[in-house]
Design a protein around this ligand. Structure first.
Ligand code: VG1
Ligand code: CO
Length: 556
């Protein structure tokens, strides 16, 4: 096929954030905007580069996905890529894409998603590059992509007819191969190898009154949920809802938390559902929620780690080490300590777990932002976490019938104590105000540090404070300024950082954590338990003064 080189002009701001480039659809629709970014991505591909490579392509099916895929096909062909493996109709959940990259030994993948951000012509789109281990590109690669976008004066394409993405099969045009694959098969197969499906099925049979409800929030997980929960695990069709992926997610936020997953929360409460769960737009997040029992994600990963021995995958491979992102509560650290496992604290974003997994030092990890996963792939995995919980409940019930989410949590607190945790998000704050607040905090922990350490606010005395810096133990790369941490003498802490996934203005994230070994507090309401600490966080950060915001947009 003849290659055409098209002259273009670089766009500002094509800098991948925590998880790829995320912008309004209208921005991606600008002339050559998407073409430029794909060209820069292919240019930045780690050695041996784009030429003759194989790439996996797919996403959460949001608005503009199919147009973007046609662009990717043409630009990939123009750059000598030899093969694209594309999910049917462009659909691949983020974990399914990670799995395919690994299974098919592809050189990388291009994932089209803005995760939990709303979709549709006036909302968000995103493009993320994953490397050959199946995980999000490390900063060395994303920085290089950004550098290439800044000097992108030309991109290369092959003019070819639109490719039909709905027909499974292989087609080769002049040595360039496009394979359209079933979006669900390989992923379902993977989960069947990891978990004890027979045990879970048996548990459902023995407990016909144990109600399960999965909510796909009209994101990409619908077809995965149908296959796994209904066809494989034998649940009724009424056990899943909102499982038709829609390009605009039905007009809401496909974000599994108590605010945005209200369609799930309401039915769980009304119908006394024992086990409720939801996933986000691209399928890498999860929320576990039973009647009167919300599992905070920091606890979720700790519980999975504590019970890992009932999961066949970990029976075979052993648990090599545990990890969490810095703002995530230290609940999992306590599990690591008890089990004598290595524990790692990395910056926010799944890309930081990959090296540890590749080096065989990390098996189970999580983020407070409803992200949980393991080294079975290199992305967090919503459906994996949900089935992990079901596997644990099924196994525990063999010995102690009647145990549900709440009992598992309380038992966990009895053994390890409870880490109360909450996050306050202030969305679409004016960037200037947010930056000023961060400057103020950096001053407190920098030049003003001598005054700040030892100072008392309410019942809390500052013990340590810093801006989190991470040195990757495997490749030695250093990531600075990953969030301001203020740790108090009683072990409580607050963390403040700016989001790297927003598409408009700045989002301030305020994280608070308090540890308790007081049994009478284990059933307390999180917000009540954390109120004094939140007040102190607002006082120290002067958040309201800088931003004019009296209340957060979302509390998780
Ligand atoms: C947020 C979360 C982070 C997560 C990232 C991607 O990033 O805090 O924990 O890894 O989203 O998740 P930030 O920079 O906005 O805080 V997803 O489901 O968007 O791929
Ligand atoms: Co996501």
């Amino acid at each position: 096929m003849p290659v055409k080189s098209i002259t273009t002009t670089p766009y500002d701001g094509q800098k991948p954030g925590t998880s790829g480039l995320r912008k309004r659809v209208k921005i991606f629709q600008q002339e050559n905007y998407t073409q430029n970014f794909i060209q820069a991505t292919l240019d930045a591909m780690p050695s041996p580069g784009a030429k003759e490579s194989t790439l996996v392509v797919g996403g959460d099916g949001r608005y503009f996905s199919t147009e973007a895929i046609q662009i990717i096909i043409r630009v990939a062909a123009g750059n000598g890529v030899s093969k694209l493996i594309i999910g049917k109709n462009g659909i691949l959940s983020t974990p399914a894409a990670s799995n395919l990259i690994r299974k098919r030994k592809a050189n990388g993948g291009i994932l089209l998603t803005a995760s939990h951000n709303p979709g549709g012509p006036d909302n968000d789109f995103g493009i993320k590059y994953n490397v050959s281990n199946g995980g999000p590109a490390p900063e060395s690669v994303t920085n290089l992509i950004y550098e290439y976008t800044k000097k992108c004066n030309q991109y290369h394409i092959c003019d070819m007819p639109e490719i039909d993405l709905s027909k499974i099969g292989v087609q080769t045009i002049d040595g360039f191969t496009i394979e359209i694959v079933d979006s669900v098969n390989d992923y379902a197969q993977l989960l069947k190898e990891i978990f004890n499906f027979e045990q879970i099925k048996q548990f459902f049979k023995n407990n016909p009154n144990f109600k399960v409800l999965f909510d796909g929030l009209h994101g990409v997980t619908g077809p995965y949920a149908e296959r796994i929960f209904v066809e494989e695990l034998g649940l009724s069709r009424s056990s899943i809802q909102n499982c038709t992926p829609l390009p605009d997610f039905g007009g809401s936020h496909p974000d599994p938390n108590l605010t945005y997953a209200h369609s799930l929360v309401e039915r769980v409460e009304r119908e006394n559902v024992n086990f409720g769960a939801a996933s986000d737009g691209d399928g890498d997040r999860n929320m576990i929620y039973g009647k009167n029992a919300f599992v905070t994600p920091s606890d979720s990963v700790a519980v999975i780690a504590a019970h890992a021995e009932v999961i066949p995958y970990f029976q075979k491979s052993g648990v090599k080490g545990l990890a969490r992102s810095m703002p995530t509560s230290a609940a999992i650290d306590l599990v690591a300590k008890k089990k004598g496992l290595e524990i790692f604290e990395v910056p926010t974003g799944w890309k930081f777990f990959g090296n540890l997994m590749d080096a065989g030092r990390l098996s189970i990890c999580g983020e407070e932002s409803f992200g949980t996963g393991s080294d079975h792939i290199r992305e967090k995995d919503g459906v994996w976490a949900i089935v992990a919980w079901l596997n644990i409940i099924a196994a525990v019930n063999e010995k102690r019938p009647g145990v549900g989410i709440k009992e598992i949590l309380l038992e966990h607190y009895q053994i390890y104590g409870r880490n109360f945790f909450s996050r306050y998000d202030y969305e679409e704050v004016e960037s200037e105000c947010a930056n000023k607040m961060v400057e103020h905090l950096r001053h407190l922990i920098g030049v003003g540090k001598d005054d700040f350490i030892g100072k008392t606010f309410g019942q809390f005395t500052v013990k340590e404070a810093d801006d989190f810096e991470y040195c990757d133990p495997i490749d030695g790369s250093v990531s600075k300024n990953q969030g301001v941490r203020i740790i108090f003498t009683d072990g409580s802490r607050i963390v403040i950082r700016l989001s790297g996934t927003g598409s408009q203005g700045a989002t301030i994230r305020l994280y608070v954590e308090k540890y308790s070994q007081n049994v009478s507090e284990y059933e307390s309401d999180t917000q009540e338990a954390l109120k004094p600490l939140i007040d102190v966080a607002l006082q120290i950060s002067k958040l309201q003064e800088f931003t004019g915001r009296a209340k957060p947009t979302v509390i998780t």
